[in-house]
Design a protein. Sequence first.
Length: 474
Amino acid sequence: MTIRPNAPKRFPAMKIASALSLAPLLVPLLADSPVQAAARPESHALVFTAEPPPSQMSVTPLPEITIGDAALAQRKALVSGSTGARSGAGSIGTRDAVVVAAADSGPAMTSDPGPASPQGAGEGQPGGGASGEPQVADDGIPTARSFPGLPTMPVIPTGPARDDLFPLVDPQDSSRFMPDDDIETVSDGYLEAPRQVEAGREFTARWDDRLSRHDRVTIVPEGTPDEILGDGQQNIRVGNNSRRVVRAPDALGTYELRYFSDDEQRVHARVTVEVRDPYIAISVDDELHAGRDFTASWDRRLSRHDRITIVPHDAPEDALGEGSRNVRIGNNERRVLLAPDELGIYEVRYWRNRQERVVGSALVNVVDPEIELDAPDTAIAGTDFTVGWGQRLSRHDRVTIVPLGAPDDVLGEGQQNTRVGNNERRTLRAPDTLGAYEVRYWRNEQERVVGREIIDVIDPEILVMAPPQVEAGR
């Protein structure tokens, strides 16, 4: 079947109404019509198109029909009110007409000039190609999908790819992180300690024989004068022990562990140790949905006061997320965070609260979820139709219908824009103006479109039966 983009041939609606139920009478009716058929002995399709004002004459849709060589299988007649003031689905008006066009060729001849072009088919309008004429689909019917060059998805600016970026901290940085292998010990023959110790964590110092129970073991930065001792748990009395637990400083760097003789007031033994951070491996999905919860876990908890946070990938090390994007780990092995609303590359970081440093991070890509809409391919102008969606993100989100090509921040008005609530589907009202439109799922908080489906708003159509051939000029 072909719908011609130019002026149709028109026949009196009262005669066509009779033809719907009595197909054999169609040829005489055409012969009596003041309008002649196309002057070619070819197969033609007859399509009923409604025009105001309607009458109350009922029409029974035909579920399937064959006209000439064109098989219109499984096509149902679309009988409903169309524009504005129309009412009474399934009625025919006295000014309604049948369009006659060649089933395999271009425009048919007509004595009625009709409209210059279908609404929305002009250049630069939704539903129009570069030349102002629509392309014809495989079944001969032009639809919104027949127009090349029209946008179907928003263009979202993209930054660097996640794989092209490096996390803030490198676990292989030996100047900052503890080695993966077993820790070696260092000794001067009297005092012994691990070569690397974790910042802010306890480690064990050993000695061969104490000189006095009043002696002390202390850790200080390399180059510190011998009479200077560490503070707090970085300065421990040996007592009657051959080993004691010492707390490493919070600051990274090279330090000296010293055995200080209380009687002699001098350093009796010393070894050099490196203070490093432990690296914390974070497990999180590579892609997160904007504005949605996600779970992050870590392979080791250092302190219950530490935090897990998500920030832009290029944020300074001391930057922390806000609200639910920055949570204390407590005694947990995993926590739930809220992904940012803005799209882009972010970093999930393990933040050592006391040391005020990042000791583990993972790059993630924050994207919008793709909502698959379930909407009809066509809708009758001015009538209701149902839209469903695969998943509901927020009850404050909306479904709307707007002209194809409208900016993403444009929403329909009235019954063409409705909140999804707690539903899986809602009813929208098709616009009165014919043309190509888009049904969109609008994320209210993020103010973005995350799902869309093209839909054609059309007038009702009624298929009628006719002989495969008619005599030219009759």
